[in-house]
Ligand binder design. Sequence first.
Ligand code: MF3
Ligand code: CO
Length: 248
Amino acid sequence: MITIKTAAEIEAMREPCRITRDVLEVMGKSLREGMTTAQLDKIAFEYIKDCGAEPAFLGYGGYPASSCISLDDMVVHGIPNEHTVLRPGVIVSIDVGAVKNGFVGDAARSFYIGEISPEKKKLIDVTRECFFEAVKDLSDGTPLGDIGWRVQTHAEENGFSVVREMVGHGVGRQMHEDPSVPNFGKKGTGIRLKAGMTIAIEPMINLGERYVKFLPDGWGVATRDGKPSAHYENTVLITKDGAEILTL
Ligand code: MF3
Ligand code: CO
């Protein structure tokens, strides 16, 4: 069931979304060579708690941390741990969510530290651009398929590939609500988006082939060919004449 948020619910959602945006900014600024992903996750936990919010991921389906931190060939759902150390030249994709006022904010960014190869830099840039392509012209009445079509077109025009196994989603009182929001598809297909819907649009783009493998920890997803992947996500409100990005 797709929920349409009332004006009051939309107001309530702004705060967890703002906190999610801010925690990503704080984590991005905290990135240092030699740091473990567990240390980075601790920053997320403490920041979210200090805001009087709850980490949306912690305990979700048994997930053991407040954020997902996925390096290089990890696509998403990297579990922070004390053995994974941040090194220069590595893509650091951070996905985090906060719950406050009964609503969830969900967002992700790909960062890097030190010098990075031009092809990885381009992958990060194009993944972010895919998101902004998707929200371009998004408004009440836009067919859902247009989002995936725009993401896929931009990624493939740049020689990259789109992960199919994981998709964006409605977001609200629950982290994962209907509809599913794939990053691939055909223009003009699918349900029509309506003002008051809130969705997480989250391109996951691979430098090499699109295929992924699921890691034995039950969470991690990595590219099959071992080439890098990037992720960019925001919680987006559909409005009468456009879209408002709540986690920016
Ligand atoms: N932001 C994610 C998503 O959109 C991550 C959820 S990870 C989990 O699905 F660990 F919380 F499940
Ligand atoms: Co999400």
